[in-house]
Write a protein that binds this ligand. Structure first.
Ligand code: GLU
Length: 443
């Protein structure tokens, strides 16, 4: 058995109850195989065994009291996966589906994604099975304060710097930061995605969505195409989806769908982003409200955006939201490019469908790296005690996304994968981390 297959078998055996983690590792390790075979020094140093085992995993109790005085207990997680190239960096996810396997898949993806940004950040992820839906502001604050009352002892500006992910936006980061500052009595860059009045960076809110479109632009340029006049299908209606829609529209494309966990909207005239922002960001409501703003639009219950014919598909909701049947439908309807805004939104089978049909495919760890890249830029500004302008940070984001595309393309070509950015991103991201691990010895 080859080194790669051997490690993959061990990972499957040791983590049998963590399907999403196994999925993420399978995708990375299988595409790395030709690269690893040419570089026996990685096997000699046990790089893959070490890369797939988190440096540290913390699980803790999060007790909090609701508005009726009832006590609740949630489970909190922080997985500090790999610190070879910098402090652990990655978001916190608050969603009832969160468990150790989900956090490990996200943390594992984050290692290579963060490496691809070219910035000095290691990989980590955290969160809780707490469900923010329908909670009052006070309940959210109570949860965040309790969560940080344990988390604070494990993190620090040079150790581990969390940020947002699903269910964690500006409001939650504010409550988490306030509690950290109170306990530590220190004004430190321990979280990113902070408000602009206390160390946040311009463009951080927009970064993942904007970055996704900068990456799509780079792909289109490679194909001799432009985004002008293209029809775009987006899933999700959270932070990534909203700013992907904003940038796609700004660049001259027409976005025709968005979705949430209950259903999806189709707007043939192009999604009204101001309406979506009011519904989702300001009022925290469901997409059923959209029809009140746009009477000619359609609302459908359940899943369905991938059945809408489009040029470009951008899954921006959550893991495994796009399966083999969805991918086949997109291909049948003539999709010309797919790029992932969410983390691992395509199943392994769906990714295979795109690759086999030679549909240019931007994998999450490359295409959605803009968010964490601007988090690292937020850390830089905090270290300097300065704030850069919107234009400056936006220009850095464009450069970073262009570079990720360039490096992933070059790595794929070098190892005979053609324009396969899944392989290219995995190889380019892995190489920096693996070579650093070699340099730092068996730790
Ligand atoms: N949660 C985001 C991601 O998946 C951002 C993480 C960060 O900014 O640290 O990359």
């Amino acid at each position: 058995m080859s080194y790669v297959s051997n490690v993959l078998e061990q990972v499957k055996e040791k983590n049998a109850d963590q399907p999403q983690f196994i999925q993420a590792v399978t995708e990375v390790l299988t595409t790395l195989e030709p690269f690893i075979e040419k570089n026996p020094q990685y096997e000699a140093a046990g790089i893959l065994e070490r890369l797939t085992e988190p440096e540290r995993q913390i699980i803790f109790r999060v007790p909090w009291v609701d508005d009726n005085g009832k006590v609740h207990v949630n489970r909190g997680f922080r997985v500090q996966f790999n610190s070879a190239i910098g402090p652990y960096k990655g978001g916190l996810r608050l969603h009832p589906s969160v468990n150790l396997g989900i956090i490990k898949f996200l943390g594992f993806e984050q290692i290579l994604k963060n490496s691809l940004t070219g910035l000095p950040i290691g990989g980590g992820k955290g969160g809780s099975d707490f469900d923010p839906k329908g909670k009052s502001d006070r309940e959210i604050m109570a949860f965040c304060q309790s969560f940080m009352t344990e988390l604070f002892r494990h993190i620090g500006p040079d150790t581990d710097v969390p940020a947002g992910d699903i269910g964690v936006g500006g409001r939650e980061i504010g409550y988490l930061y306030g509690q950290y500052k109170r306990i530590r009595n220190a004004y430190e860059s321990v979280l990113t995605g902070k408000g602009l009045t206390y160390g946040g960076s311009l463009v951080r809110t927009e970064a993942t969505g904007y970055g996704l479109l900068y990456f799509v632009n780079a792909m289109l340029r490679h194909l001799g195409e432009t985004i002008q006049g293209k029809t775009v299908v987006i899933s999700g209606a959270g932070n990534v989806a909203i700013y992907a829609a904003v940038k796609a529209t700004q660049l001259g494309a027409k976005v025709v769908t968005m979705s949430d966990s209950n259903g999806w909207v189709y707007d043939a005239e192009g999604i009204d982003i101001a309406a979506i922002k009011e519904i989702k960001e300001a009022n925290r409501q469901r997409l059923t409200e959209y029809k009140k703003y746009r009477p000619n639009s359609e609302y459908h219950e359940g899943k369905g955006v991938w059945s809408v014919p489009c040029d470009i598909a951008l899954p921006c909701a959550t893991q495994n939201e796009l399966d083999q049947a969805d991918a086949e439908m997109l291909v049948k309807n003539g999709v010309m490019l797919v790029a992932e805004g969410a983390n691992m939104p395509s199943t392994l089978e769906a990714t295979d469908v795109f690759l086999k049909n030679k549909i240019p495919f931007g994998p999450a760890k490359a295409a959605n790296a803009g968010g964490v890249a601007i988090s690292a830029i937020e850390m830089s500004q905090n270290s300097l005690r300065l704030s850069w302008t919107f234009e400056d940070v936006d220009a850095r984001l464009q450069d970073i996304m262009e570079n990720i595309h360039k490096n992933a393309t070059a790595a794929a070509e070098e190892y005979g994968f053609g324009y396969n950015l899944v392989a290219g991103a995995n190889i380019a991201g892995f190489k920096k981390v693996a070579d650093t691990m070699l340099a730092q010895g068996i730790v």
